[in-house]
Design a protein around this ligand. Structure first.
Ligand SMILES: N[C@@H](CCC(=O)N[C@@H](CS)C(=O)NCC(=O)O)C(=O)O
Length: 203
């Protein structure tokens, strides 16, 4: 398989972390939406990341669709999202808020980096930043300083850490240390896991 996209994208990173935690072999093509748009379009005509090229040549896009496929490959016993019931709902609900934080911070990032400064619409930017705060507040509230499922890493932690570390890379004022203390603890708790340490965003 080929994973298209650089790990500065939290969506690419959550797929990269998942591939590594599942011990699935893949080639990584760290293309950037800023500098490699034409090359990305060879895999995904919309120019969006991530894309996963399967050994069959089929291409999957959107991190959640890709992760759903990877979960199927490794089977329900090994998947990072529990197969059913309350544990599945708990993880999916957490992932939903982590993706909301990701989507809103990326929108805020584009508002400030894609527009000329004079055209940034401050009320919209403020709303996006408030939505990031609302999502991170929910995540922080739900964490108890430990992993969600009996100390076993799940897609909840993977997606939350991908979101918060990307934010700290691109827009650090959105998640300063201390504002979401349980998320801080989570980041520290998983920092030595190779799949996370080896996929950290780099300038
Ligand atoms: N819902 C998508 C979001 C993907 C996304 O927004 N990717 C960004 C990179 S962080 C991107 O490709 N942006 C460029 C664009 O949309 O043209 C997913 O989960 O994969």
């Amino acid at each position: 398989m080929k994973l298209i996209g650089y790990y500065s994208s939290p969506y690419v990173r959550r797929v990269g972390i998942t591939l590594k935690l599942y011990d699935l072999s893949f080639e990584h093509y760290p293309l950037s939406t800023s500098t490699d748009r034409e090359a990305i379009k060879r895999y995904n005509p919309t120019g969006r990341l991530p894309a996963l090229v399967l050994d069959s040549g089929e291409v999957l896009v959107d991190s959640s669709i890709i992760i759903d496929h990877l979960d199927e490959l490794v089977g329900p016993e090994n998947a990072l999202t529990p197969p059913a019931g309350a544990p599945r709902r708990q993880v999916q609900s957490f992932v939903g808020f982590a993706l909301a934080a990701m989507d809103k911070y990326i929108a805020a990032y584009y508002e400030t980096t894609k527009r000329p400064e004079a055209h940034v619409f401050q009320p919209w930017l403020t709303q996006l930043e408030n939505q990031v705060d609302a999502a991170l507040t929910v995540l922080n509230h739900r964490l108890d300083g430990q992993l969600l499922c009996d100390d076993r890493l799940t897609q909840a932690e993977v997606t939350a850490v991908a979101a918060i570390e990307a934010m700290r890379f691109d827009m650090p004022h959105l998640a300063p240390p201390g504002r979401y203390p349980k998320l801080d603890k989570l980041v520290v708790a998983v920092s030595a896991v190779d799949a996370l340490a080896s996929t950290k965003p780099v300038p």
